[in-house]
Design a protein around this ligand. Structure first.
Ligand code: FAD
Length: 510
């Protein structure tokens, strides 16, 4: 028997045959994300352990047998975080699905395979939510995936993890690290939790994440149409610095048009959720009329900014928003707050993972210090204008999303182009859209150009000192560190995983 067959047999005996996958399509899909070009080496095995003890034994045996080990959540990232350089044992977290809510102590212990949506649904009856808001893709993506690659927003709300190291050791961080102690606080000695945030699984596989909970608060919403993106960026920076808004999201016209063109089914679902949160029939009608008007205004706006202000009472939230309104009205026109209202009602959706006509979609992003944001945007604009003719020739459309979750601006250029979709797209599309969008021809020329555009945008961000979430194997992390900082990272890695089995190559750690 080959070493992989021996390992598979041992893992089948432990997990049950149904949780050890060796079919070729499963092995290929397990290492692919949304931009898997060139295609990575297929996995050696995919396993679905159901407990920390099982993960520990899987990792121990796989590493002993000499295989790389890669943790996988929903696989909806796009920076090759799953693409190990050789056939790996992929640990699928979908059965790590326990949620334990401690409402009085304001924390939850969440299995790493739980989706953000499922967590939100479990917390809603308590009037609570996770302090870490989770990514928009949270309808499907996992708590473990987001924490492992860091979402552009504060991670202060991650207060502990349970993690399996390369030799199978199980470690707990935060105040829960003492056997039986309550995991209610992150800072209890050195902050070891931070080591596992944004590590892309290179330091271990998280099986549980302890999340700080906060009370749901009333919110006020406002949206504005801008002609000048630089004026909009200046307003976003000022609003965040003044602490006036909890969320600021900006779209260019192309993204706005997409929002306006949402298919009827999706629009109705969104409207239904908005109506439910409005709490009365009249309120619901008003919300729906505002949504329809807002769609037209969005499509017409060159740029649009969408604000949410939260406070302990609705009156306080409106009061704070009045200050934001005063600032934005100097250079923008107020429009219906369709986008922030819909986002609040339905924070998670993966509808945007293909274009409205089923185009392939891929973003690139950078988080910029306020002093660099306007220059970076100008440079990106110049970069895309230089390539505009080549992009049009192969059907690539480019648009922007910007957001500010703290004192920095995340700029996210994104690309859409007609192309063949992968099994991961087809898996998550509605049956109607699967039928509409499947079977399209491959567009190699566009893939190649998108690959180059993303790389050039990455370089542009680097010139402006951008930081990145989901480093994976795309953003240059270890490669950009100074000598001492690189040595610290390498020594930590050597101590935890001397044979370099855990997700080798990710974060630039070969
Ligand atoms: C429509 C759409 C919207 C999106 N919106 C956002 C957004 O708002 N913000 C944002 O940041 N991203 C966003 N993303 C990108 C992506 O979905 C998120 O980064 C998400 O957190 C990925 O989670 P996942 O479960 O799919 O992780 P995966 O893609 O499965 O894994 C990501 C990385 O984490 C590692 N990993 C996964 N689970 C574990 C674990 N248990 N232990 C250790 N390592 C692990 C993997 O090895 C890999 O390196 C979006 C994507 C889509 C398609």
């Amino acid at each position: 028997m080959s070493s992989i067959e021996t390992l598979a047999a041992a893992l089948r005996a432990m997990l049950g045959a149904e949780h050890v996958m060796t079919d070729a399509p499963e092995l290929e899909a397990a290492v692919a994300d949304l931009f898997p070009f060139p295609r990575p080496a297929p996995a050696a095995l995919v396993v679905r352990p159901g407990s920390t003890t099982e993960v520990s034994e899987v990792v121990r045996q796989a590493c002993l047998a000499g295989f790389p080990v890669v943790a996988r959540g929903a696989g909806l990232s796009y920076t090759r975080g799953l693409a190990a350089p050789s056939a790996a044992v992929v640990v699928d977290s979908s059965r790590l699905d326990r949620i334990e809510i401690h409402a009085e102590d304001m924390f939850a212990v969440v299995g790493s395979g739980v989706s953000w949506q499922r967590l939100a649904e479990a917390l809603a009856p308590h009037g609570l939510r996770s302090q870490v808001p989770g990514p928009i893709s949270g309808a499907v993506t996992t708590v473990g995936g987001a924490i492992s690659q860091y979402v552009p927003g504060s991670m202060d709300g991650v207060i502990g993890v349970r993690v399996v190291l390369a030799d199978g050791t199980v470690a707990v961080t935060g105040s829960g690290a003492r056997a039986g102690a309550l995991p209610f606080h992150r800072h209890a000695g050195p902050d070891l939790t931070g080591l596992f945030i944004g590590d892309c699984g290179v330091f271990g596989i998280k099986t549980e994440v302890v999340l700080r909970l906060v009370r749901e608060q009333p919110a006020a919403f406002a949206s504005f149409a801008y002609a000048d993106p630089q004026a909009m960026v200046a307003d976003i920076i000022e609003l965040r610095a003044a602490g006036l808004v909890t969320r600021a999201l900006a779209l260019d016209q192309s993204r706005g048009e997409d929002a306006g063109r949402l298919e009827t089914g999706e629009a109705l679902r969104t409207a239904g959720a908005v109506a439910a949160s409005a709490g009365s029939a009249l309120g619901a009608l008003r919300e729906m009329a505002s949504m329809v008007k807002g769609r037209f205004e969005l499509a017409a706006a060159k740029w649009s900014l969408h604000l949410t202000a939260e406070a302990p009472t609705a009156q306080m939230a409106e009061h704070v928003m009045a200050f934001a309104r005063e600032r934005c009205s100097r250079s923008a026109r107020e429009i219906e707050p369709t986008v922030p209202t819909a986002l609040r009602a339905r924070p998670y959706s993966i509808r945007g993972f293909v274009g409205v006509e089923g185009e392939r979609w891929i973003p690139v992003h950078g988080m910029l210090a306020p002093s660099r944001a306007q220059a970076a945007l100008a440079d990106l604009e110049a970069l895309f204008s230089r390539h505009r003719a080549a992009m049009l020739a192969v059907g690539i459309r480019q648009s922007y999303l910007m957001s500010a979750a703290g004192p920095y601006l995340t700029i996210e250029p994104m690309f859409f182009w007609p192309d063949e979709l992968d099994p991961i797209h087809l898996k998550h599309l509605s049956s109607r859209n699967r039928e509409r969008f499947a079977g399209r021809p491959r567009n190699d020329a566009a893939r190649e150009l998108v690959g180059r555009l993303r790389a050039e945008a990455r370089e542009c961000f680097e010139r402006h000192d951008a930081a990145h979430a989901q480093a994976g194997r795309f953003y240059r992390h270890a490669e950009r560190l100074d000598a001492g900082s690189a040595a610290l990272l390498t020594r930590l890695r050597d101590a935890l995983d001397p044979d370099r089995r855990m997700n080798p190559g990710v974060l630039g750690l070969g």
